[in-house]
Design a protein around this ligand. Structure first.
Ligand SMILES: [Zn+2]
Length: 94
């Protein structure tokens, strides 16, 4: 396995790079995707407040995406309504 910092080839299972001393013990885990697991826990603690407990096993990416889209649309509508009301209040002098 190669060091991500200096690209020095190290033996598999080595914890530190023999050239620059960087911690490469997490490199094989990152390559196999094991580092992605702790993010699920953060998602659970983050979403379990608002989400249904039964759905906590599924990653709520679509749900949060829809939520953000709706929030964006709502913000857009509100801003349009505000700008219109401001334009009417100002009067364009017709
Ligand atoms: Zn290195």
């Amino acid at each position: 396995m190669f060091c991500p910092k200096c690209a020095t080839p190290n033996t598999d299972g080595a914890s530190f790079c023999r050239s620059c001393g960087a911690n490469i013990s997490l490199v094989p885990q990152a390559l196999t995707g094991q580092l992605a697991r702790p993010s699920e826990q953060t998602d659970l603690t983050d979403e379990s407040v608002c989400a249904v407990p039964g759905k906590s096993r599924r990653p709520p990416t679509l749900d949060s995406a829809f939520r953000s889209v709706f929030m964006g649309i709502a913000f857009l509508l509100i801003s349009i309504a505000l700008s219109r009301s401001i334009a009417q209040a100002g009067g364009f002098g017709c």
